[in-house]
Design a protein around this ligand. Structure first.
Ligand SMILES: [Fe+2]
Length: 155
């Protein structure tokens, strides 16, 4: 079977692969989370929050592709299977049914804050093993922090 030859040492590949897989789980579930809120939203701020949630979806979907493809580039297989995401996600689930706009803004702000903390841990972890992956994670974190600010500013 063909395999990608990694530019990294085995030890660096392991640390970097774990950082990328963790990022993938966060980002796949973030896209699902934001869509669930986008669909079930109610309240006086519906329009602006509904549209803003799709910015999170777009960010998460692009970033999940970037981290998954970076994983393959260093010879690590990304695991984006639904069961893997469900087993490993650390995002708190939204309630089922209609979601009040104020509660959604607070929930998204808190969720982004937690994801950002994990991304910053991954940035620290990849500093030595793979600065190329670290650079990718830094860029995604900047986008997540911008969205965190924008959601926080609405609460
Ligand atoms: Fe939509």
């Amino acid at each position: 079977m063909a395999a990608v030859k990694s530019p990294l040492s085995e030890a660096a590949q392991k640390v970097t692969g774990e950082a990328l897989q963790g990022a993938l789980v966060d980002l796949v579930d973030l896209a699902l989370y934001a869509k669930q809120a986008h669909w079930n939203l109610v309240g006086p701020r519906f329009k602006v929050v509904h549209e803003h949630l799709d910015e999170i979806v777009d960010l998460a979907r692009q970033a999940q592709d970037d981290v998954a493809e970076r994983a393959v580039a260093i010879g690590v297989n990304p695991d984006g299977r639904s069961r893997t995401i469900a087993d490993r996600t650390r995002l708190q689930q939204l309630e089922s049914g209609y979601l009040d706009d104020d509660k959604v803004v607070a929930a998204v702000t808190g969720t982004l804050f937690e994801i950002i903390a994990r991304f910053r841990e991954r940035i620290a972890a990849t500093d030595e093993p793979d600065p190329v992956t670290q650079d990718l994670l830094i860029g995604i974190t900047a986008d997540l922090e911008k969205q965190h600010w924008m959601f926080q500013a609405q609460s």
